[in-house]
Every structure is written in C-alpha cells, then in structure tokens.
Design a protein around this ligand. Structure first.
Ligand code: PLP
Length: 493
C-alpha cells in the first residue's frame, strides 16, 4: 500500500488537555480545599459586599488572545470573583426567592461536566439518570408513572413548557403546523393578580399576547378569588373567547399564598380547561410531612412546574416540567430531523430527551440533583421545608412582638412580609424608611431582604428558602431592622 504523506499542518496538533497532568491534579486539589473552606466559613463573611473599582475594571479587560498559566488564572478568580458573590448561599440571605445550593450538588455539577454527556438524549447512563430524576419528582408530587417530564433551566422555562402543551391541546387547530393565526377563537389563560411575571413572558412567546392572561383578583389571603374567576370565564365565553387554561399557584412569589388547588382542579374539569400548577415555590411542600396538606390537589394537575434550585437547593440551574399526558407533551415538541433518527442499537438506541422541550443540546442537570437526593434522602429535604416554614412563623411572631414593626400580609409558608412603621409616619415616609433599611442591611453585609408591594402596601420581604438559616439569624434581622429604622427615622446616617 502506498504510504500517506503526513500533512505538515498536523505535525503540531494541539489539544486543550494540560501538558502536565500532575500539576493540574495538584492545583485541582487546592481548588477543592479552598471550595470546602469557602462554604464551611460562609457564615463568617458579610452576606454581600460592593465591588471596588479594581474589580469592575478587571472584568472590563478584552478577550485574552494568548495563554496564561491556570494557577495564575485561579489566583485572579480568588481575588476578583469569589469574595463578591450575590450572597444567596449565606445563612442570612432571604431576598427574592432562591435556594442556597449545597456542596454535594456542586460536586455533581463538576462530575457532570467531567463526564461531559450531552443530555439531548441517547443510549447512555446519564440519560437513564435524567429520566430517573424526573420519575422521582413525579413520585414526590403524586403524579402517575405514565406522566412525562423534562429537566429544564428553571421555573420560567418549566412554566413555558407546561403552557405550550396547554395551548396546543386547547387551540382547536394545529398550531405547530399553522401557527396561532389558525386559532379560531382567541385563547384565554387565567391566574391570580399574584401570578409570577414569567407567565407574562410565557404567553408572549407563545404568540398569545399579554392580554390573553387574565389576572383575577386575589382575596384577603392573596389566593385567586374563585367567584371572580368563574365570572371572568363566563364573561369571556359570552364575548367569543376560548377559555383554555387556569394556572394555579402553589406558593406565590409575593407572599407564598397557595391557591385552592382542589377547587381549581374541579373547576378546570367543569369548564374544560387545562389545569397548570406553578409549583416553583411550593410543589415540593408535598414531601414535607407537616405541611403537605397545603398543596393537596397538585397531583390532579395536567401540568406542573417545579424548581429544584429552590427548595432542593440544587446549584443553579435546575427546573422541571411535568405533564400528565405524555403524548400531548411529546406531541408539542418532537421533531423528526433526518440527522436525529433513533437506531436499534448503539448510541442512538433511545428516545431523544430533546423531544420534550425546546433545547437539543442539554446540560447534565440530573447528576447534581440525584447525588444530593441520594445523600440526604427525600425525608430530610421534607423536614428542611417544614423547618423553613416554622422559621417563617417564628420570624412573624418576632415582628408582631415589636411595637414599631408590623406584618403586611399573612405568613402562609416561608415568606414574611413586614415593615418598620412607627406611629404617625405617612405612607411615603414609611416607604422611604423601609427602602433605606433594606439597602443598609445589604450594604452593611448583615442580611439580604428584598421589597415588594402587596395590595398597594409597600413592605420588606424575607423569603426563607435556606437550609443554613438559624433562629438567631432571624432574631438578628429583627434587631437590626429596628436599629436601622430608628436611625433612619432620626435622620442619622
Ligand atoms: C412562583 C414562581 N414561579 C416562577 C418563578 C420563576 O422561576 P425561575 O427563577 O427558576 O425561572 C419563580 C421564581 O422565583 C416563582 O417564585
């Protein structure tokens, strides 16, 4: 046989692998040591600190063109990145709504990247693990084994998945083929005025438009007003709209209110609506022994969005959409591209997981969830959910015991809405004082709370979705709120 000539360009072939594996190993061990210490000592650091100019300019540097030693890069990261975190792994972070991560999950993320599988699907162990984690979520909320599901980036995407299936199922036209223009009667979706803003994005990207989502007034408990919902549905039918879907919220972002899921399920049946539950905050209360009763009825939903990066503390990102009717779910997303055929044997001898969502290439999200569920067990996660709910009740009692503090909404689960409100201060002044309290708590690194407005009332908001929080952290929050409130009211800096 004739000898092939070596292509001269290939004589110096390159790779991204290290030249010296033992050096890499040593540095990696240091990174793990530092990571363990970073997490172990998180309580000793401020919740948040502002970045100096040197850090801001460090991140304005142009793209590097040539190589640098990894040890030097790591030094830069330790100096410029690690001290300036958002703070959500800290025991006194209660702003907005997010989980506080966990070490095992972080190792899962590392190993997932090392193993490197693309979870678009295929015949490999990672794909089995992905399906197993989805099965575990079905078991946790009482969904049937025949249901389907998919791991996604988070709650917003999980809601979009559920609502997309709902739209297609109720459109009365082949939306995939002909688009929303083929829908005869304009569709209407319903949720309370406390519904999360991601649903607005969802109906917009689904081509229905913001007005297709009717916000139904909430009652004094911040739950959807069922009579108002019935009236709106009847009104819409009379006006030629097609009521298509009711979205129940299991844990609203403002106050943690849980809509009456049993009644919503019955109503959806009577009215022939798709019943979707936004359970990003509260679906997993189903595993908490003392509070599971609050989400009874979730198992009857047509679709559920839930968020492991909240109450399972999975490192970001991890969301999950579950759909009762597997065929409807798959039918909303599956494609038959010639380059994605399945085969009888080999790597493609399995269903494509990408047929259940929008992404083709998918990160290996399952491993970080799987490892921490195996390590701690579902029961412990359930107890931690109960613990956060009990802590919120405790914080509420501390607020009520302080003459200058008040609760602004009922505490349902783990969200406490409160404010500093000394007698005689007017609305505008109260808002200004409380905003200043929030900012000083953050800037002094004491605690992180956020703010919101509920039925027109401005307040501070502590969402205790945190496995590191202790009672004394909550006592400190109350003490510091009062201290700063007094200083700000007295005009002191
Ligand atoms: C009730 C509710 N739904 C949806 C979302 C959106 O979830 P994500 O931030 O994971 O996209 C949130 C976020 O806090 C939420 O509280």
């Amino acid at each position: 046989m004739e000898q092939m000539e070596t292509n001269p360009d290939l004589r110096k072939e390159e790779t991204l692998d290290p030249e010296d594996w033992s050096e890499t190993r040593e540095l990696s061990h240091r990174m793990v040591d530092d990571a363990v210490a970073y997490l172990r000592d998180v309580r000793n650091r401020p919740v948040w600190r502002n970045m100096p100019d040197s850090v801001r300019s460090f991140f304005a540097a142009p793209a590097p063109q040539s190589s640098e030693p990894l040890a030097e890069i790591y030094r830069q990261i330790f100096e410029n990145l690690m001290p300036y975190a958002k703070g959500n792994i800290h025991p006194r972070f209660w702003a907005w709504y997010m989980g506080s991560s966990n070490y095992t999950g972080a190792m899962g993320d590392f190993l997932a990247a090392i193993q490197g599988s693309n979870l678009g699907g295929g015949n490999h162990a990672g794909a089995l693990m992905d399906r197993q984690v989805v099965d575990w979520f079905k078991q946790m909320i009482g969904f049937p084994a025949s249901a389907s599901g998919t791991l996604v980036s988070g709650g917003s995407m999980a809601n979009i998945i559920g609502l997309n299936v709902a739209r297609n199922a109720k459109a009365g036209a082949d939306v995939r083929e002909h688009g929303v223009a083929a829908i005869n009667k304009a569709l209407r979706f319903y949720g309370s005025d406390q519904i999360h803003s991601c649903h607005r994005k969802a109906v917009e990207v689904l081509g229905l438009g913001n007005q297709a989502l009717r916000r139904i007034p909430s009652d004094a408990g911040l739950r959807i007003d069922l009579q108002a919902l019935k009236t709106a549905i009847a009104e819409d039918r009379a006006n030629g709209f097609q009521p298509a879907c009711v979205i129940g919220t299991a844990g609203t972002v403002n106050t943690g209110a849980i809509d009456d899921l049993q009644v919503l399920s019955d109503l959806a049946k009577e009215e022939d609506l798709w019943f979707h539950v936004d359970g990003c905050i509260g679906a997993l209360i189903a595993i908490a022994p003392e509070n599971a009763f609050r989400v009874a009825g979730i198992e009857k939903a047509d679709s559920v969005a839930l968020d492991p990066h909240k109450w399972l503390h999975t490192p970001f990102e991890a969301g999950c959409a579950l759909v009762r009717n597997r065929a409807a779910h798959r039918g909303a997303f599956a494609t038959t591209a010639e380059y994605l055929e399945t085969s009888k044997r080999g790597i493609a001898a399995a269903e494509w997981l990408s047929d259940y969502g929008l992404q083709i290439s998918r990160g290996f999200r399952a491993l970080k969830i799987w490892m921490s569920l195996k390590e701690h067990g579902v029961e412990k996660f359930g107890r931690l959910i109960d613990q956060n709910i009990a802590q919120a009740a405790y914080l509420s009692s501390l607020v009520e015991a302080e003459p200058n503090l008040e609760l602004v909404a009922p505490t349902n689960i783990n969200i406490v809405c409160y404010r500093y409100n000394p007698p005689g201060s007017d609305r505008e002044a109260t808002k200004a004082i409380n905003t200043e309290i929030m900012l000083r708590l953050q800037e002094e690194g004491i605690a992180s709370v956020s703010d919101t407005t509920i039925h027109g009332e401005y307040c501070l908001r502590a969402a205790i979705n945190n496995h590191r929080t202790r009672q004394d952290d909550l006592e400190l929050l109350v003490r510091e709120t009062v201290r700063i409130g007094e200083r700000v009211s007295a005009g002191e800096s």
